[in-house]
Design a protein around this ligand. Structure first.
Ligand code: 3HC
Length: 286
């Protein structure tokens, strides 16, 4: 059985752990916060049961979740890993520190991937000695449902590493695309822009949040409007990405709108905090 270590057990980390376990990998899910790990296991169980009810799993949920063990120590998590996927908050310093720790403890053959949605893979890779084995593996929320895997190739990433990331994505039931290591890659650069513009339209009173979202769901067949999607992703996550892209692409289109800064300061982070552009109860927004 191949071994994957997932560092960070938040929304993305627990989703990645789940799809890896579904694909038959032995999973070490690592988080310094024991409560976050417990919450992650609960989320994974609920999601697996939901998929099982719809007949979408090849195995019984307990068989799948039994492949997942948890630990607070990075060294323990990555000690026998073939692949490490980092899914911690979008801070370059934090990611570099974590990659340095992973590099010191993971087997020499292990591929080190980041789930970053916009930060430079090359700059994260500066923290490690095996730069040819560092790659972006960007998943989408909700990970068990979303089909895309964005594989990000940095300057020093080897062909073998890109091929491994693509093959792993396929084995996890995802459709991989391979993109260059440019700020925001292909997905965040386009997706965040739409969300920021929707916020500016809300500030300008073009329409209320629900009608701005309907414009895109009913008029353009998006599965979810840009404001509801911002709630799903997390306003704090979107703010961090917008600040980074504003700086790196030197484009005013990415300047974070005032409403986004204010809502994050007020703790209105979207679905995970129960309040964002909508009020959330479980999966339901009103
Ligand atoms: N686990 C298991 N199954 C789930 C699930 C989960 N966490 N969430 C949803 N599902 C299943 C449902 O059971 C349902 O299954 P069915 O089709 O067999 O009945 C199906 O997914 C659809 O769910 P719902 O009926 O509850 O609701 P919707 O039809 O509205 O779909 C959605 C929900 C899949 C979230 C859809 O609204 C959607 O695709 N939204 C856009 C999501 C998106 O754009 N994500 C990308 C965000 S950007 C990102 O992640 C990048 C990061 O770096 C920030």
């Amino acid at each position: 059985m191949k071994v994957i270590a997932v560092i960070g057990s938040g929304t993305m980390g627990n989703g990645i752990a789940q799809v890896a376990a579904q694909a038959g990998w032995s999973v070490a899910l690592c988080d310094a916060n024991p409560e976050a790990l417990q919450k992650a296991l609960g989320t994974i169980k609920k999601s697996l049961e939901r998929l099982a009810e719809k007949g979408k799993l090849a195995e019984a949920p307990p068989t799948i979740w039994d492949r997942i063990r948890t630990t607070a120590a990075i060294e323990t998590a990555v000690g026998n890993a073939d692949l490490v996927v980092e899914a911690v908050p979008e801070s370059i310093d934090l990611k570099r520190r974590i990659f340095e720790a992973i590099d010191g403890a993971a087997p020499a053959h292990a591929v080190l991937a980041s789930n970053t949605s916009s930060l430079s893979i090359a700059s994260i890779a500066e923290a490690v000695s095996r730069r040819d084995r560092v790659v972006g593996m960007h998943f989408f929320n909700p990970v068990p449902v979303m089909a895309l895997l964005e594989v990000v190739r940095a300057k020093e990433t080897s062909e073998e590493t890109v091929a491994f990331a693509v093959a792993t994505g396929l084995a996890m039931g995802k459709e991989p695309i391979v993109v260059r290591d440019m700020p925001g890659f292909a997905t965040s650069r386009l997706g965040v822009l739409l969300g920021l513009e929707a916020m500016r339209m809300l500030e300008q009173g073009v329409a209320n949040a629900s009608d701005i979202d309907k414009a895109m769901t009913l008029g353009y067949r998006h599965p979810m409007g840009p404001l509801q999607l911002t709630d799903l992703v997390g306003l704090d996550v979107r703010l961090a990405i917008a600040e980074h892209l504003h700086r790196e692409l030197a484009s005013e289109a990415f300047r974070p709108p005032e409403i986004l800064r204010r809502m994050v300061a007020e703790g209105k982070l979207g679905k995970k905090s129960g309040r964002g552009f909508y009020t959330w109860e479980g999966d339901k927004a009103s």
